[in-house]
Design a protein around this ligand. Sequence first.
Ligand code: FES
Length: 161
Amino acid sequence: MKTTQKYEFNQEQMAKFQEILTHYPQKRSAILPALYLAQETWGEINPAIMEYLASLLEMTPAKVREVFEFYTFFRRPGCGKYRIDVCHTLSCALRGAKDILEHIKKKLNLEVGETTKDGKFSLTKVECIAACDKAPAIQINGEYYENLTLEKVDKILDSLE
Ligand code: FES
């Protein structure tokens, strides 16, 4: 029989959650910070966590999923420790996004949509991440890296534990 892990914030996390709620007129408006808190707590967002958040925020799980799926920076189950999002939209494309992507793929021996065997890196291609004036740009776990060159990419990836 499959065991389902139960997800519940501990006392400290619940206190943080309650504090977050004080900033919003309605519980449901706190969905993004609540998702962040859950990700910080469990390292990813999975369906059971979405259900738990839905009950806390008095929303349907489907609504939580909708928000979760809209934002690429939340970590999906099976995602590596570092999720690399490579922008391939126009400004980045014109300024070498393809080379950046190919370089990362080669360096990490990884295809788009995959995670390295050691679980360290996942690679995705994403639409514009609103750093067009500093293209080419990528995000790693939501953090921006801009005006990239292949050398910069090497330095960044080598610096990640
Ligand atoms: S096109 Fe890449 S950040 Fe906008």
